[in-house]
Write a protein that binds this ligand. Structure first.
Ligand SMILES: [Zn+2]
Length: 74
C-alpha cells in the first residue's frame, strides 16, 4: 500500500498515511486533529509504472558497488 505524505497547515506538522490509491485524494486529518492538510508529493513507490516519464529505479539488492560488469572490480 503506498504511502502519502501530508502537511498540516494549521500546526505545520508533517505526517504520512498508508492508504489505497483510491483514497489518495481523500482529506487527511492531522495527528493533532486538524483537517486543513495538504498532500505532499512524496517518493511513492509506484509499481508497474504505466504512465511513462517515471525515472526507472534499479533495485539495489545489496553490495552497493555499482561498478561491476566492466571488470573494474577485480
Ligand atoms: Zn495539525
Amino acid at each position: 500500500m503506498p504511502r502519502y505524505d501530508f502537511r498540516c497547515r494549521s500546526c505545520g506538522a508533517t505526517f504520512e498515511l498508508r492508504r489505497t490509491m483510491a483514497q489518495a485524494n481523500d482529506p487527511a486529518v492531522c495527528p493533532q486533529g486538524h483537517e486543513d492538510t495538504v498532500k505532499l508529493l512524496s517518493t511513492v513507490a509506484v509499481t508497474g509504472a504505466a504512465s511513462g516519464s517515471a525515472p526507472r529505479q534499479a533495485p539495489s539488492g545489496g553490495g552497493g558497488g555499482g561498478c561491476c560488469g566492466g571488470g573494474c572490480c577485480g
